[in-house]
Design a protein around this ligand. Structure first.
Ligand SMILES: [Zn+2]
Ligand SMILES: [Zn+2]
Length: 263
């Protein structure tokens, strides 16, 4: 089976260095062929650890950006560091970026400013964007539209919103990535959105170390568990887990412009 985890964090305090090595071993032994590692989402401007981890492993790719939680730290010098990081090898997207009005760790105005600046940077770097949006759908879509994000494309990661957001994002040419949330019994609307998403726009992710899928809820999540997300997506789309794995793997490669096969 060809599984691809389109979104995992390895630079958070929940995970130790040894833990990461073991996670990756389990991932490769359970059929993963690729993982996109998100760098620098908690320590703004500190993009180092994930790049070290990824090294030259052809199965690991990097996305880097300033998360809405830390948008208040998006100073000109941090943005300059980010611009530099985007030029590094194995960077395939700018993200995760966006708006999170649930926590408001940074003010909405700071979040919007950092979001807009980073979309412009993605245009310059010709990279797709990975979008985090929570309780901010209207502003997220308005900014994506105003900033011509349809020209760079990208993905709404950890999709956990309404059909309305889904259809607007699909209209902009974006992909929708589903996490362990889609396996939760109460996530009816999200399951419905997944069932209706066109085959060629669906991605799967773990958002490691968060959001462990059923039947592993409450544990530290890891890329190998993307299997459970893919299995659920398969049930919703009436496809086998193998078919769904192949589909989401191909979509991930297309979304981020990755080569077809790795040697
Ligand atoms: Zn996120
Ligand atoms: Zn994330």
């Amino acid at each position: 089976m060809n599984l691809f985890d389109s979104h995992a964090h390895f630079d958070l305090k929940k995970i130790t260095e040894r833990g990461v090595a073991e996670m990756l071993e389990r991932a490769w032994s359970r059929g993963l062929v690729g993982i996109i590692a998100i760098a620098g989402s908690t320590e703004p401007g500190d993009f180092g650890p994930t790049f070290e981890l990824v090294g030259n492993d052809p199965r690991l790719w990097v996305a880097t950006g300033i998360h809405p939680h830390t948008a208040s730290a998006a100073s000109p010098s941090q943005l300059e560091k980010l611009r530099f990081a985007l030029d590094r090898e194995r960077v395939v997207a700018l993200g995760e970026i966006g708006l999170d009005y649930h926590y408001n760790h940074s003010s909405p105005a700071e979040q919007r400013a950092a979001f807009i600046r980073q979309i412009r940077m993605a245009h310059d770097a010709r990279l797709p964007v990975i979008i985090h949006t929570r309780e901010a759908d209207r502003d997220t879509i308005a900014i994506l539209r105003d900033e011509g994000a349809d020209e760079i494309g990208g993905v709404i990661h950890c999709f956990s919103s309404t059909e309305e957001l889904a259809s607007q994002a699909l209209e902009l040419g974006f992909y929708l990535s589903f996490s362990g949330i889609v396996t939760f019994p109460k996530a009816r609307e999200i399951q419905q959105v997944a069932a209706q998403t066109p085959d060629d726009r669906l991605l799967a992710e773990t958002d490691t170390p968060f959001l462990s899928p059923v039947p592993l809820r409450g544990r530290v999540n890891e890329p190998a568990n993307v299997f459970h997300v893919v299995e659920k997506l398969g049930q919703l789309k009436q496809r086998s887990t193998e078919e769904m794995a192949e589909l989401t793997m191909q979509n991930t490669r297309r979304c981020f412009g990755l080569p077809e096969t790795e040697e």
